[in-house]
Design a protein around this ligand. Structure first.
Ligand SMILES: [Zn+2]
Length: 312
């Protein structure tokens, strides 16, 4: 099966049972497995399966233990949502998703956050030693010129931006990127070495070629990496292969998208948006239907609605 367009996807999955079978094939590869006890060879029932392990005997469907659990939304709409959320380079708002899918905004928001949970599982844990890696940090949310006019206020004392309710600190995001490759992102409290170092050690393999600027968060890495630093304060941006342009281009895409589509991102949700951007960026070279399958193959691990809405 191979889709060439969005209408073809909708047409192919118009029968719910066909969509469920497709997902079963991706999740179980022909071996339906009880999500409760991992036993295989369950009994087939009208609505799904019943575990054949006499200590378990629980009923289940392919949706149990996935982002689709407890959802009455047809799989066709879920696939359509995944398609829309992962194929637009800059992302899509839940308002637009609601319009495109013909669902309420609340439903679209809920779907989008579950999809982000799925995308989180796509994140690579470690970059490749074979590629040149760039590390850098960026600051989200404090820039006055990206704000609505009414919100362009800064505290005279702290210089922090005002978001309408409180003076907000800029949020720090650190990233590492391979030239022509993958990116890994993380929201950190600030760009001091105590925060940058553990992230870098988890994401960059020992001995890798690592490009950074002269910021203090990247000091003293040359014992672990072939580190080269570019001195931006002297307005030097490229010295042969020494530069951080790849990650800076990524930051500008991330910020244009965050400000343009999501307008503002709360501290609580920032990590999820970062997962979203990283997953989409990292899958940029596969076609849209391979991408759907790759993402679906990692759709286990649900996210409870109440966890999302608490304290929002
Ligand atoms: Zn079982």
């Amino acid at each position: 099966m191979n889709f060439k367009s969005f209408p073809q996807l909708l047409h192919y999955f118009k029968d719910e049972q066909k969509a469920v079978k497709y997902y079963e094939a991706i999740r179980w590869n022909g071996n339906p497995t009880c999500p409760h006890c991992k036993a295989t060879k369950p009994y087939v029932t009208n609505r799904g399966y019943k575990c054949s392990n006499s200590d378990c005997y629980k009923k289940f469907t392919v949706k149990v233990g996935t982002i689709f659990e407890n959802s009455k939304i047809p799989m066709k709409l879920w696939f359509a949502a995944i398609y829309l959320c992962t194929s637009h380079k800059k992302g899509i708002s839940s308002v637009q998703l609601a319009i495109d899918l013909g669902v309420t905004q609340k439903t679209a928001w809920y779907m989008w956050h579950r999809i982000r949970e799925m995308l989180k599982a796509q994140a690579p844990q470690m970059l490749s030693k074979e590629k040149v890696i760039e590390a850098d940090e960026t600051y989200i949310g404090g820039k006055e010129e990206n704000r609505h006019k009414a919100k362009r206020l800064s505290s005279p004392k702290t210089g922090l931006a005002y978001d309408g309710t409180q003076y907000n600190k800029k949020k720090v995001v650190i990233g590492v990127i391979e030239r022509n490759g993958m990116v890994i992102l993380k929201h950190i409290p600030d760009a001091k070495m105590e925060n940058t170092r553990p992230f870098l050690e988890n994401a960059v393999p020992l001995g890798a070629k690592l490009m950074t600027d002269e910021a203090s968060g990247y000091k003293g890495l040359s014992r672990k990496y072939k580190q080269q630093r570019i001195n931006h304060t002297y307005r030097i941006y490229v010295r042969g292969e020494v530069h951080t342009n790849t990650i800076e281009n990524f930051w500008s895409l991330l910020k244009r998208s965050l400000y343009g589509i999501y307008h503002q991102v709360s501290e609580k949700h920032l990590e999820r948006y970062l997962n979203e951007f990283a997953a989409r960026f990292n899958a940029r070279n596969v076609n849209e239907f391979e991408r759907l399958e790759i993402f679906l193959s990692r759709s286990e691990g649900g996210l409870l609605y109440k966890n999302l809405t608490a304290n929002d």
